[in-house]
Design a protein around this ligand. Structure first.
Ligand SMILES: [Mg+2]
Length: 381
């Protein structure tokens, strides 16, 4: 590992001038290079690639190095983020625009992407989707047929949020009458059909209203205002306590909301809250990402042999580039080989050395440095 690190350190010091001015690349499955690389890369987004909507750490230049001169994808990579709130195809379009490459929807793995696997179980059940962006559209895209966002769901229950009249923004409750008349064909009857599942898709927006309405749904067996009942299943797309957004210091994430909901629910109910959390650092997420990378590599190099002797075409190394030791690096430590971690200093982590609790295999300043290190170590020009 010491030799590996010194090679990576040398690569980190390479000039960045050659990386400037790279033309826009496109994703293609034509085999421009017949030799398949034995490694793949997973990028965290917030604090590594972007801060807010702004690229950071030379991320456009770093990503563009993963494409051949003719614009074909050379190195299998994907984005592995606990964020989300929009369908993967929309996020792929946004990243394509910001980074100057064509990102495929299959290269975007959100915290909520594993919800796809639950479609069979809840396909025709009434469910509620929570969070910023388009949580109901995300779930409908996956195949859930009877889904309402918590905004829409709450709007059907007059006075469910007693604080709504004091809110300066439009949360639905204040224009309940209009919404009721506009929504002639909701996907289910909220007054008679019990909610069978609650999915927190992305960071909740109106915490006060959402905590109240979720306690109502979860305490009553899915029918607010109708006495106690068995708790329907509850899922969180991630469990990040904090994350790096545009503000200089970290912001409270979905994990903080989960703690708030769990604390309150457990105070007002006899039985403790039951829930399932996805997202990094759950090893399941890394296994799923490895499978997606393998499919991506097979698509790029359908007939090629690996550059190294790698059993069953599996990767010898998959690099995770992240900014959050508790999430990205802890996840790699749990997942084990072939995962290898690289920690950047552009987000949550700002230390000079390494994280003490979850040490990364390598610490660099930026994602651009990380890519230089990887390509040098893997002998890719
Ligand atoms: Mg991050």
């Amino acid at each position: 590992m010491r030799g590996f690190r010194s090679a990576l350190s040398r690569a980190a010091a390479r000039t960045r001038a050659e990386l400037q001015g790279t033309p826009r690349r496109r994703l293609s499955h034509s085999a421009a290079t017949p030799v398949r690389p034995s490694f793949g890369i997973a990028f965290d987004i917030d604090g590594v690639i972007l801060r807010g909507r702004s690229p950071i750490g030379g991320s456009p230049q770093a990503i563009q190095r993963l494409y051949a001169d003719d614009g074909t994808l050379k190195i299998p990579f994907l984005f592995l983020t606990n964020g989300g709130g929009v369908p993967e195809y929309k996020r792929a379009l946004e990243l394509s625009e910001l980074l100057g490459v064509n990102i495929s929807p299959s290269q975007v793995v959100h915290g909520h992407s594993p919800y796809r696997e639950l479609v069979k179980r809840f396909e025709d059940d009434p469910i509620v989707a929570v969070g910023k962006g388009e949580p109901a559209a995300v779930m409908a895209e996956y195949g859930f047929r009877k889904v309402l966002s918590i905004d829409d769901y709450s709007s059907y229950f007059r006075e469910i949020d007693p604080l709504a009249p004091f809110k300066k923004w439009n949360v639905g409750q204040s224009d309940c009458k209009n919404l009721m008349s506009e929504k002639m064909h909701p996907p289910y009857d909220v007054y008679s059909e019990r909610v069978k599942g609650v999915f927190v898709v992305s960071d909740p927006v109106d915490w006060g209203r959402d905590l109240q309405v979720l306690c109502d749904i979860l305490s009553t067996g899915g029918l607010p205002g109708n006495g106690k009942g068995d708790q329907p299943p509850l899922y969180f797309a991630a469990d990040d306590l904090e994350y790096q957004a545009a503000f200089p210091s970290e912001r409270l994430g979905m994990g903080a909301f989960r703690i708030a909901l769990e604390s309150i629910f457990n105070q007002v109910n006899d039985l403790p809250l039951k829930y399932t959390s996805y997202g990094k650092p759950n090893p399941f997420v890394f296994k799923n990402a490895a499978n997606i990378l393998e499919k991506l590599a097979m698509g790029i190099y359908p007939k090629s042999q690996s550059t190294k002797e790698v059993k069953d075409h599996q990767f010898s190394t998959i690099y995770m580039i992240g900014d959050n030791p508790k999430v990205d690096i802890c996840g790699v430590l749990k997942a084990g080989p072939p995962w290898s971690s690289i920690l950047t200093r552009t987000g949550v982590f700002r230390g000079t050395d390494n994280d003490l609790k979850f040490p990364a295999d390598l610490v660099v300043d930026t994602v651009e440095d990380a890519i230089s290190c990887i390509l040098e170590k893997e002998c890719i020009r």
